[in-house]
Design a protein around this ligand. Structure first.
Ligand code: SF4
Ligand code: SF4
Length: 380
């Protein structure tokens, strides 16, 4: 990071922290303080589904298959392509329709557009295959939750030859009771509490229905106690809209379909920590994302946990690590910290290489030591 971009980043941090302080005085209408208990319960149930993922997924599969549907499991997008190819070849399908493709990240993530072109399947209005992304799986009813859909849409599904749904393993509700709360949270943009229409669709013996349950690296997150909570994300996009860093850096540094605060948490695990460390550290900890998250996900906690792991796993230059160890030892020494600020500045600066000193603004020590400030405060 150059000196200029570093000072821009510091300015951005100061600005977003100041803005956050003013938000604390004037809370947003849907801030944590006034968000309904229903959303809290939804958060808990989504977290439980992630904690018991295997069990809940098996429950969904059992109920979906019992109703007449078919379930295909795919660990990666390549497995989705392989299994989809087998479906196309077996049924000799030549046409397909993408439903709401512009709305779904998952089609992009799986590269379905390119796949269909490679397989020479023509995309048209009323294709033999109807491809859709389901918003959620509901384990207790074995049905799929579809947002923004009405009864006419469901009729169209029943008329079609083969309905193929795609859903990722984390899109799981343990019981249908929470479907309405979920639709409300996902559609509750603009703080109007309007929610969005939804429908549930189960497997049926009268129309062929296939659901692809896709992992695509998401289980990498499961072993990380804090970061795994991001799997409950509703993909509503509110956090990205308000993030001051993302408003400056845009989507380009992510180079992925996942962007924003959620991408910041997911990508180091779904891709690699080394490749995405710049994204992990590009956060001012202002907390605006948490203020607007309908299910109150602790995004800062997750980013902090990733930063800690980054250091613990030694993804850092050994020379810099050595310098930081000396620095840490120095600032932890009470005796040394009671020296004059000039002296501390000299010693501190001598621990760092020119490379770092030239690229960064170093912190300045207070002119009075902690002891001096303490004595002054208590002698008043
Ligand atoms: S990710 Fe959240 S805490 Fe970090 S800068 Fe963006 S809004 Fe602030
Ligand atoms: S983390 Fe962001 S995208 Fe996910 S539910 Fe919260 S606000 Fe929406």
């Amino acid at each position: 990071m150059s000196k200029d971009s570093y000072s821009d980043f510091i300015d951005l941090c100061k600005k977003s922290i100041a803005e956050r302080k003013s938000m604390e005085r004037e809370p947003l209408a849907d801030s944590v303080a006034v968000r309904s208990a229903q959303m809290g319960r939804l958060n808990t149930t989504l977290r439980r589904s992630i904690d018991n993922l295997e069990e809940e997924l098996c429950r969904f599969e059992k109920n979906f298959v019992a109703a007449g549907g078919n379930v295909f499991w795919a660990n990666s997008y390549k497995e989705v392509h392989e299994q989809m190819r087998a479906v196309i070849v077996e049924g000799k399908y030549r046409t397909a329709t993408f439903i709401d493709s512009s709305d779904t990240l998952l089609f992009n993530e799986l590269g379905m557009d390119y796949f269909m072109k490679d397989e020479k399947v023509t995309l048209c209005e009323e294709g033999q295959l109807q491809l859709m992304v389901a918003d959620m799986m509901v384990a207790d009813t074995g049905s799929l939750l579809l947002l923004n859909k009405d009864k006419d849409y469901l009729k169209a599904l029943n008329n079609n030859a083969v309905n193929v749904f795609f859903v990722t393993i984390d899109r799981l509700l343990s019981c249908a009771t929470y479907a309405e709360a979920y639709a409300k949270a996902a559609g509750d943009r603009g703080r109007k509490n309007t929610g969005i229409p939804f429908a549930t669709f189960g497997g049926s013996p009268h129309c062929e229905t296939i659901v692809f349950i896709v992992n695509n690296q998401r289980t990498e997150l499961l072993s990380h106690k804090r970061q795994r909570q991001i799997l409950s994300c509703l993909s509503c996009g509110r956090c990205e809209e308000v993030c001051p860093v993302d408003n400056v850096i845009g989507k380009e540094p992510y180079d992925n379909v996942f962007t924003g605060p959620t991408g910041r948490v997911m990508l180091p695990f779904m891709e690699s920590l080394e490749e995405y460390r710049h994204i992990v550290f590009a956060c001012t900890m202002c907390g605006r994302c948490e203020e607007v998250c309908p299910i109150m996900l602790p995004i800062r906690d997750m980013i902090m946990a990733s930063r800690r792991e980054f250091f613990e796993k030694g993804h850092i230059d050994s020379r810099i690590d050595g310098m930081l160890t000396k620095y840490r030892k120095y600032v932890m020494d009470r005796h040394k910290m009671n020296k004059s600020s000039w002296m501390k500045q000299q010693v501190f600066s001598s621990h760092l290489s020119h490379e770092i000193k030239d690229a960064r603004q170093l912190p300045h020590f207070e002119s009075k030591t902690f002891n001096e400030q303490y004595i002054e405060e208590h002698s008043k």
